[in-house]
Design a protein around this ligand. Sequence first.
Ligand code: ZN
Length: 192
Amino acid sequence: MAVLEIREMGDPVLRERAREVSAEELAGSEVQRLIDDMIETKRAANGAGLAAPQVGVPLRIAVIEVTAGNPRYPYKPPIPLTVIVNPELTPLDEVTFATNEGCLSMPNVRGDLERFENVGVRHLDRQGEVQESTRRGLTAGTFQHEVDHLDGVLFVDRMADMRSLSTWEEFERHRKDDFVARIEGLVRRVGS
Ligand code: ZN
């Protein structure tokens, strides 16, 4: 396995619609190795998720995993390692919540945006089996962020007000305590 270079904003691959992965490709050693490398790259960067375009590969694959005490997002509920291939994401209702996100492809930038609170997710796992789940709250937000990457969308595109853009240091200095207090209410209410 290898830690891959993470592409940063400005790289055109982050703005393309990634293409579906065929069953044959998914079973092949090249894509299986890519998935292993994406997991290792995500873990090395302490990310909550990583999409294939972020390592320069325009395929509809993302890996999501949050372990307890993640240093980037200590308030996020844990998510076991989940590999999503050709995902389809459907909001279950109109309910949204205000959140604050960062992105490995946008170093040292965070901002406020709204995400759907309840989504249905259907995808293939790395064995090619169909998986369906309901995701809520911050975890739903994480899935929406990664699926957005597969459509060439970055979280800043969904920000209604760019004045909340901040560096990580300034977020922690001025906003984090209020944000975490509010978001802990959401986590208690919907769990993960
Ligand atoms: Zn991202």
